[in-house]
Design a binder for this molecule. Structure first.
Ligand code: AMP
Length: 205
């Protein structure tokens, strides 16, 4: 069975998380999603020394060290691999990676993980959004969360957002030229509404 990975690439508040759920709609039980941000937030809350170290990097808006992210991702992939091998009728043949790779050094790590865990195809889904739109989305995400009485993500504030955007522009966005050279990029204009983006995405994947 062919195994495909989708890598979501885009700035914070570009709607990657929301769109990740639309992959689920398209592929149902054949697809699984993994977000390195989620894996790190779980680790950050476990009270361990490493957890506390991760929590302080998340609060700074900077990228967590490759070692820590890769170890969290490898744990996920090992469980995934065991399930694929030993669970009869395990249906998953597509995995969406939200948030990895995120810098040049992680590209090589990602490619070797893909080889090690038997992925045949890598598809990059690149969400392009203007800064003003990102700022508007962040403000509405904050006010919506507050009005629902829900807890904000610790890095959902203006100051940290700017840091995350800076990190994205410096380290993550430049990776796209490498992926374009590989010829496996789907580019999505994510300035539009979530529904438009969804329709575009579903027509291209
Ligand atoms: P996200 O939920 O994808 O916005 O990620 C939240 C935070 O987790 C980022 O601001 C980084 O600090 C950290 N993070 C997530 N993925 C990575 C990664 N691949 N490499 C380094 N740090 C990451």
């Amino acid at each position: 069975m062919q195994l495909t990975s989708y890598v979501l690439l885009g700035p914070p508040c570009s709607g990657k998380g929301t769109q990740a759920h639309n992959f689920k709609e398209a592929f149902g039980e054949k697809l699984e999603m993994v977000s390195t941000g989620d894996l790190l937030r779980i680790k950050a809350g476990d009270g361990s020394e490493i957890g506390n170290e991760i929590a302080s990097v998340l609060r700074s808006g900077k990228l967590v060290s490759d070692d820590l992210v890769v170890s969290a991702l490898r744990n996920y992939l090992e469980v995934f691999d065991i399930r694929r091998r030993y669970e009869p009728m395990y249906p998953v043949d597509k995995v969406v990676f939200d948030g990895f790779p995120r810098n040049y050094s992680q590209i090589a790590i990602f490619e070797s993980l893909m080889e090690e865990f038997g992925f045949d195809q890598i598809c990059i889904v690149y969400f392009k959004v203007d800064d003003e739109i990102l700022m508007k989305r962040l403000s509405s995400r904050i006010s919506e969360t507050i009005s629902k009485g829900m807890k904000l993500r610790e890095d959902d504030n203006l100051e940290i957002f700017h840091k995350r955007l800076e990190e994205y522009k410096e380290k993550t966005d430049p990776m796209i030229s490498y992926f374009y050279s590989q010829g496996n990029v789907i580019t999505i204009d994510a300035n539009r509404s979530a529904d438009h983006v969804k329709a575009d995405l579903l027509s291209k994947i």
